[in-house]
Structures are given as structure tokens and as C-alpha cells.
Design a binder for this molecule. Structure first.
Ligand code: ADP
Ligand code: ZN
Length: 621
């Protein structure tokens, strides 16, 4: 009894979604909530989907767009990536196109004609285009399967990616009340979640909140001392030849770090907002197309980059919020293979971030919010327990110790730092309240260590009662004490970077509370070798295939073939096949094209296009 549906609605059962998944995309099962989401949207329902990066959001609107009559309209802020998205869809036989300001008039007219003729399964549109009357008229000229609002957190005015054009998307429901809307994002604190629902008028939609864990990413945070050197040895020891992203806060850091890596034979390029648009585009292109390129970037780089084989994301400066950190690190390991999120941070980061907040425009409320974001990030950095538990808790999810983060792998030791804290705080007290002077952490540490520097002598700081009372710790140890006190708001900095006491300081000084500090790890051991080790290779869809030496050789030949073929076809290598697919092929050694059926990532179109080549490479091995 399908009579409840208008005659033109094809009533879909789950098996046709599953069939599309396998014949078009080459995957044999849905992940997590994908099946339920697809079912709901195909049935005409609105949805909000919160899923971590790499979780598989795209299929949640692509498959419904294929199954419902009409064209799926995808709203995306990522204009620079639209061509790649369309190419990747073409590679699996999906008819897609885009409309944005980068196109010529002729190209736009061509897309419009194909849309009117019903020849498009998916149409990607920049948000600013949707409010233009001519675009709306165009959309009215043919049936719309659904609206997908990608990167939906861009509607959040508090967020780090706010786009004013997103606010106008609330009107979609007024003009097209019967077209299902699905909003998707990887950013998911409770606040952002509520804001998306309200601003996009999706309060009646069904909400799907996925598990935010990314088990294949190993989280590591280490103290900063010589950060470039630390970064270099991290890359050399664990990710030589891998693709990765290094984030820094300033253009200068980005430039200098990229140059340093280049001098040390790492294939690295800078990317920041100060570069012209063309160079930025070329850099992004190269990152997508070349194997093993490292991009050193300000946060302007990477949103929506769906390069699946980014093996590491490194931060050489402290991120401003856990939300931003999780988005950025989430760009590693979308293919489900082992990847690393590495962050180095130190005392100077905390001082700088606190100052930035003090100096920022915006009202008190806004600055308070920034302060809370930073506090949460610092708490994560100073965690003694599992980092993943801390991260997931931030997103309102509970989990148990993961075995694949630095604190799980090398549990940090704690020590009673109460006396050390009192010594440092009372030095600050004396400087500020007895001498009415402001100094940074370095001066207090010199005083504690009893160093007669010119700055100490000219200020007669050797006369302070705390002079020389801290020789039981090294300078480096004092810096970690200062950093941890700052991180916990037991100490603060003023606009000039000078240390000041906080409300919490007095309880410590009086001895009312004790202060447990963590020892900075002396050596940070590298993760396991690439081929294995507990935890390091946790993959999403079953285990990563461990190859024999002979299969490994074949895998390398398949990669070589893929590289050549990608170049010939002018597309990124991963659009042809992911590494995981090539590994499975190397193990299975298909003798015929039919033997490729069931290999994850090989749908009908790719089998037809590349099957003969692949069988050939295998036969000649
Ligand atoms: P997101 O947009 O959430 O970051 P994507 O949609 O880009 O994630 O998916 C991440 C990767 O996972 C892609 O390479 C995609 O092809 C793959 N993927 C998605 N769903 C499945 C599935 N059901 N089975 C296997 N691979 C999948
Ligand atoms: Zn852990």
C-alpha cells in the first residue's frame, strides 16, 4: 500500500540505497547512522547531521539525491573545491556540476541548461548565489530532490567559520517548503548545534549525532622547546614522505617553518591569507594532486579538503579552542588509516593567547567566551588522563581510555607542586605589590634561581626575599610550573605580558589548596612503525590490511600505475582509488575484472574504467 505517496515518488526500500552504495560507490555497508539518515531524507524528512570529519557525511545527501526525483542542491562555502568534488563524482558516474562566481558566463549557461533538462544528479552552489533571484528562478525550472547545507556551522555567529551568506539559507524553507533539507557539520558543541537548528529553521528536523571519536587518529601534545626541530624530528621519524598539514598562527611562523622544512629536505609549501589568490589555489591543487606534500598554513587552509590520505596534522602554536583543534586535526586520516595529531605548546603560547583575548575587539561577553574556549584547550593540553576521553567529553560524549594517545601510551607522572607554586606566586606578589613593577615569567624565574643578570641588578631584585629560593628546579622546570599555573588561572598576564595574581592565587599562597602538576615527559617516544603496533593501526572498517613483502611490492606498483594514470587523466590520485583500495587489490590479486567486485572502493564505473589496467598490473607483477 504505497498510496499515501504522490504517484511520482519512487518508494525506496533500504535495499535500493544499499544497492546504490555498492554499485556506484563500491562500498558494501553503511557506516553508523548513514542508512537511517538516507532513509529519512529519501522519505522527505529534514535532518541535522553532526558527524566528525571523515565520518562519511557526503553519502548522506548524495545517495538520497540519486534516489529521489530531481536534482540535489548542495550549498557549500568551499568554492575552490567544487571542481574537485564534481570530478570525484564523475569518476563514479554521478552527474554533477557547480555554480559559483569563478565560472565564465558560458559555463554558467551550460550548467543551467543541463539543470533544466534534468541531466544533473547534484548541483553545488555557493551560498551567495542562492539569494540571487535569477538562481532561484533557475532552481524553480526543474524538480529539486533536496537541499544539502554543508559546513552548516558557518551559520554560527560565534564560530570560527562564520559566513553571513549562510543566514539567508533560513529562507529556503519559505520558498521550497516541500523540499527536504539536510544540514551537515563536523562542529558540534551543544551551543553550535542549537544555533544551527534555530538559524536554519530546522528545529523540527530529525537530529543525528554520530560518535565523534576518530579512533585512527593518535593525539599527542608535547611541551615546546625548539619547536621547528621537534617538528622536523616528528616528521622524519614517523611521517617521512607522508602528506601532512602544519598549522601556525601567524604568517611569519608559516613562512619560516616552511622554509626550515624545505632546507631539511621536506617537500613543504607555505599557505596563508597574505598570499595572492592564484598562488593559494595552485598550492591547494598541488596538495590534492601530489603525494607526500606538507602544507604549512594558517587556519585559512583546509576546510573541506577531502584528501583522504593526510597522514598527520601538526600544530606549532596553541589552537584557540578545542572545537577548532578538533576540526583541524580531523583532516588527518579520513581514509581510516593510522594518522597522528601532534601539537607542541609552551608558556609563550599561553601568554600570547591571553593577551590576544584582552586586546580583541568585542564586548565583555565575547571576550569571556574566548577565554572559556582557551581554558578548555589548555585543560586538554595539561590533561593527565586520556586525551580522547577529554576531547569527546567536550562534545558531550563519554568514552573510556583509548590506548592510542600520548597520555595512554606514556602516562604522565604528577608531583606535588604546591611549594613551587607558592614560591613563584610570592615572587610575583613581591614584584607587583611591593615594588609595583610588572615583569614576564623569565624575570621571576631568574629571581627564583638567584641569577644576577643585569636586569636583576639594575632593579635590585637580589634584595627580594624570594631571590635564590628556587634552585631545586631547573629553568625549564620553572617554565612548566609557570605554564601550568597560567593554564589553570592560578596566575595570569596583563596587557603587557607581565605576570599578575588571580583570585585563585591567594588560596594557593595561603596553603588552602594543593597544586598537583604534571611532569613534562622527558622523551616523547615516537608512535609505532608504519606497519603496526597496538592501537596505532586501528582503522574504521575492519582491520587495515597487513601485506606480505611480495604484496607490498605489488602495492607500490599499483601506486605507480595510479600516479601515472592520475597524471594522464589530470585528476588527483585518490579520486582513482584510495590507498586502502589498492592495498586490498594487492592482497587479492584479481585475475579478472570480475574479481574486483566486492573490493571496497570499486564501484561499477571505476571497475569499467580501471579494471583492465589493474588486472594488467597484477598479471605483470
Ligand atoms: P566527511 O564529509 O564526513 O568528512 P566523507 O563523506 O568525505 O566524510 O567520507 C570520508 C571517507 O569515507 C570518504 O573517502 C568516503 O568515500 C568514505 N566512506 C563514506 N562512507 C563509507 C562507507 N559506508 N563505507 C566505506 N567508506 C565510506
Ligand atoms: Zn587515550
Amino acid at each position: 500500500g504505497d498510496c499515501a505517496y504522490p504517484h511520482w515518488v519512487t518508494v525506496i526500500d533500504e535495499s535500493s540505497a544499499l544497492q546504490t552504495l555498492s554499485t556506484v560507490f563500491g562500498y558494501d555497508q553503511f557506516r553508523g547512522d548513514q542508512a537511517a539518515i538516507i532513509d529519512h531524507v529519501v522519505g522527505g524528512g529534514d535532518a541535522l547531521v553532526l558527524m566528525p570529519t571523515g565520518g562519511g557525511k557526503s553519502l548522506c545527501y548524495q545517495i538520497p539525491a540519486l534516489l529521489r526525483p530531481g536534482t540535489g542542491i548542495v550549498v557549500s562555502p568551499l568554492i575552490a573545491l567544487m571542481q574537485d568534488q564534481v570530478d570525484a563524482l564523475a569518476a563514479v558516474g554521478v552527474r554533477a556540476a557547480f555554480l559559483n562566481s569563478s565560472q565564465s558566463g558560458a559555463a554558467q549557461a551550460d550548467v543551467a541548461n543541463r539543470y533544466r533538462a534534468g541531466e544533473l544528479d547534484l548541483l553545488y552552489v555557493a551560498p551567495e548565489r542562492l539569494s540571487v533571484p535569477s538562481t532561484q528562478d533557475l532552481l524553480d525550472s526543474a524538480p529539486i530532490a533536496l537541499f544539502a547545507i554543508d559546513e552548516a556551522h558557518c551559520v554560527s555567529q560565534w564560530g570560527h567559520d562564520f559566513r553571513p551568506d549562510y543566514l539567508t539559507l533560513a529562507h529556503l524553507v519559505d520558498r521550497w517548503p516541500d523540499v527536504p533539507r539536510i544540514a551537515l557539520t563536523a562542529t558540534a558543541t551543544h551551543e553550535t548545534h542549537q544555533e544551527i537548528l534555530a538559524r536554519l529553521k530546522l528545529t523540527d528536523s530529525r537530529q543525528f549525532v554520530a560518535d565523534f571519536d576518530r579512533p585512527n587518529i593518535q593525539y599527542r601534545i608535547e611541551p615546546k622547546n625548539a619547536v621547528r626541530q621537534q617538528l622536523l624530528s616528528f616528521i622524519r621519524r614517523e611521517h617521512a614522505g607522508d602528506a601532512g598539514i602544519v598549522y601556525g598562527l601567524s604568517r611569519r611562523t608559516v613562512e619560516e617553518t616552511a622554509t626550515f622544512l624545505q632546507r631539511n629536505d621536506i617537500n613543504a609549501l607555505p599557505y596563508h591569507a597574505g598570499m595572492d589568490a592564484q598562488t593559494r589555489r595552485a598550492t591547494q591543487e598541488r596538495f590534492l594532486r601530489e603525494d607526500g606534500l606538507v602544507i604549512v598554513a594558517t587556519i585559512a587552509f583546509g576546510m573541506g579538503i577531502d584528501k583522504p590520505d593526510v597522514r598527520f596534522v601538526a600544530h606549532v602554536d596553541l589552537p584557540k579552542s578545542v572545537e577548532g583543534y578538533y576540526q583541524e586535526t580531523g583532516r588527518a586520516g579520513r581514509d581510516g588509516l593510522a594518522s597522528t595529531a601532534w601539537l607542541a605548546y609552551g608558556l609563550a603560547d599561553v601568554v600570547m593567547q591571553r593577551q590576544l583575548i584582552d586586546k580583541s575587539d568585542g564586548d565583555l561577553d565575547y571576550r569571556r567566551r574566548l577565554g572559556q574556549n582557551l581554558d578548555a584547550m589548555l585543560a586538554l593540553c595539561e590533561m593527565v588522563e586520556c586525551r580522547r576521553v577529554g576531547l569527546l567529553k567536550y562534545f558531550g560524549q563519554t568514552s573510556s581510555a583509548c590506548g592510542n594517545c600520548d597520555t595512554c601510551l606514556h602516562p604522565p607522572e604528577t608531583w606535588d607542586g604546591t611549594v613551587a607554586a607558592q614560591k613563584l606566586l610570592s615572587t610575583v606578589y613581591r614584584l607587583r605589590h611591593e615594588r609595583r613593577q610588572g615583569f614576564g615569567a623569565g624575570q621571576s624565574i631568574d629571581i627564583l634561581l638567584g641569577k644576577s643578570t643585569p636586569k636583576v641588578e639594575s632593579n635590585r631584585h637580589q634584595e627580594l626575599s624570594t631571590f635564590g629560593i628556587g634552585t631545586e628546579l631547573t629553568e625549564a622546570q620553572w617554565r612548566t610550573v609557570a605554564r601550568q599555573l597560567l593554564a589553570r588561572d592560578l596566575l595570569a598576564v596583563d596587557q603587557h605580558g607581565a605576570l599578575v595574581l588571580t583570585e585563585g592565587s591567594s588560596a594557593v599562597l595561603r596553603g588552602d589548596v594543593s597544586v598537583q602538576l604534571r611532569h613534562d615527559p622527558v622523551v616523547v617516544k615516537p608512535a609505532k612503525s608504519k606497519s603496526g603496533g597496538a592501537g596505532a593501526r586501528k582503522a574504521r572498517d575492519g582491520d587495515v590490511i597487513d601485506l606480505t613483502d611480495a604484496d607490498e611490492a605489488l602495492y607500490e606498483q599499483l601506486r605507480e600505475w595510479r600516479r601515472a594514470r592520475a597524471k594522464q587523466d589530470g585528476m588527483p590520485a585518490y579520486v582513482i582509488f584510495h590507498d586502502a583500495t589498492l592495498r586490498e587489490i594487492a592482497r587479492r590479486r584479481p585475475a579478472t575484472e570480475d574479481d574486483l567486485i566486492g573490493v571496497s572502493g570499486v564501484g561499477d564505473k571505476k571497475r569499467a574504467n580501471y579494471g583492465a589496467d589493474v588486472v594488467n598490473v597484477v598479471a605483470n607483477n
